[in-house]
Design a protein around this ligand. Structure first.
Ligand code: ADP
Ligand code: MG
Length: 343
């Protein structure tokens, strides 16, 4: 069903299987695919109708016989069958020729079970991998953000994705302390929906909430804060209604999940051995994942932890770039990858 995008046959590839977005990196080419992790399913026969961008446009707009599913939504693989279909679709989109067998590295959430990890590898083998590897998300994010993971020195990375926030302290190529919470960008969107429902009696959709968050959302006050108009359904009259929302209102709406993210960072700092904590004071905490783009989150974290905060250069790409680097520098970095042989 996937038409091949480019013919990168035989080229090793790295995949960031994110809860919100999937990215594919091809060795010596860089990032070749970046699409939402969404699958639209025909609910009558269970067959996928659309994957990625096209499927995301359908969220909240489907008739009864179509469902738009985010199979990884909460960070764990909620629907394995659909995750596998999606993974195969994306792999086949960049690699079709069955006789060329690439190495495939798939980045997985750190809370994944061994069974799920094995199933991800199997999906990669089915799609034609010579050898399938997995890498844990915080490790990939740290490599992709340019942190010196192999040194005997502590680095802290906070990856705020759609479904989860993963905080990890890395030293000597391994994760020393970590914390993963099921709060990420999606929770901020839901909090906005709930708040508008409660304060304005208006119901807005998920995609509208996400757009509102990106346009006027923030975690710390700033100068010249914008406002935005949103359209939803008035819960009293049942009719469409437009309301004007200010930045402080949205900040209030997302306060609870924003604080949960801050608390996860503080908790991890508290569990960090003192020598490594001293390294982090020097280097700063690195923020990555799409949630790192929330305006003022860096100031908020700096204020609450007293640590310097550095936002990664490309927060939405750190993980796939880190996984890709493991392919480019396979000899030096393969110790951070896990793999079982082809079944
Ligand atoms: P995942 O790795 O789980 O797929 P991503 O790292 O791709 O997640 O980040 C996706 C999340 O980042 C979404 O919740 C999205 O709304 C959020 N996001 C993206 N851009 C911004 C922005 N400018 N401001 C706030 N949140 C953003
Ligand atoms: Mg991610």
């Amino acid at each position: 069903m996937a038409e091949t995008l480019f013919s990168f046959a035989g080229q090793d590839m790295a995949i960031d299987l994110g809860t919100a977005n999937t990215l594919v990196y091809v060795r010596s080419h860089g990032i070749v695919l970046n699409e939402p992790s969404v699958v639209a399913i025909n609910s009558q026969n269970g067959k996928p109708l659309a994957v990625g961008m096209e499927a995301k446009r359908m969220i909240g707009r489907t008739p009864a016989n179509i469902t738009a599913i985010r199979p990884l939504r909460d960070g764990v693989i909620a629907d394995f069958d659909i995750t596998e279909k999606m993974l195969r679709y994306f792999i086949q989109k960049v690699h079709r020729r069955k006789w060329a067998r690439p190495r495939i590295v798939v980045c997985v959430p750190s809370g994944i079970t061994p069974v799920e990890r094995r199933a991800v590898e199997e999906a990669a083998y089915h799609a034609g991998a010579r050898r399938a590897y997995t890498i844990e998300e915080p490790m990939a994010a740290a490599i992709g953000s340019g942190l010196p993971i192999g040194e005997p020195s502590g680095s802290m990375v906070v990856d705020i994705g759609g479904g989860t926030t993963e905080v990890a302290v890395i030293s000597l190529g391994g994760i020393v302390v970590s914390r993963s919470i099921r709060v990420g960008g999606d929770e901020l969107d839901t909090a906005i929906i709930d708040w508008i429902k409660k304060e304005h009696n208006v119901l807005i959709g998920e995609r509208t909430a996400e757009q509102l968050k990106m346009a006027v959302g923030s975690a710390w006050p700033y100068a010249d804060e914008p406002s935005a108009e949103v359209r939803g359904r008035d819960l009293v009259t049942g009719l469409p209604k437009t309301i004007l929302l200010s930045s402080p209102e949205i900040r209030e709406a997302i306060e609870e999940p924003a604080q949960a993210i801050v608390d996860a960072v503080k908790y991890t700092l508290d569990k960090t051995p003192p020598e490594l904590a001293a390294d982090i004071v020097e280097r700063g905490i690195v923020l990555t994942g799409g949630g790192a783009l929330l305006v003022g989150l860096d100031h908020r974290l700096a204020h609450e932890t007293g640590m310097p905060i550095v936002t990664a250069a490309n927060p939405l790409q750190s993980v796939v770039l880190g996984s890709g680097k493991c392919l480019e520098e396979f000899e030096a970095l393969h110790s951070v990858l896990a793999s079982s042989a082809r079944p």
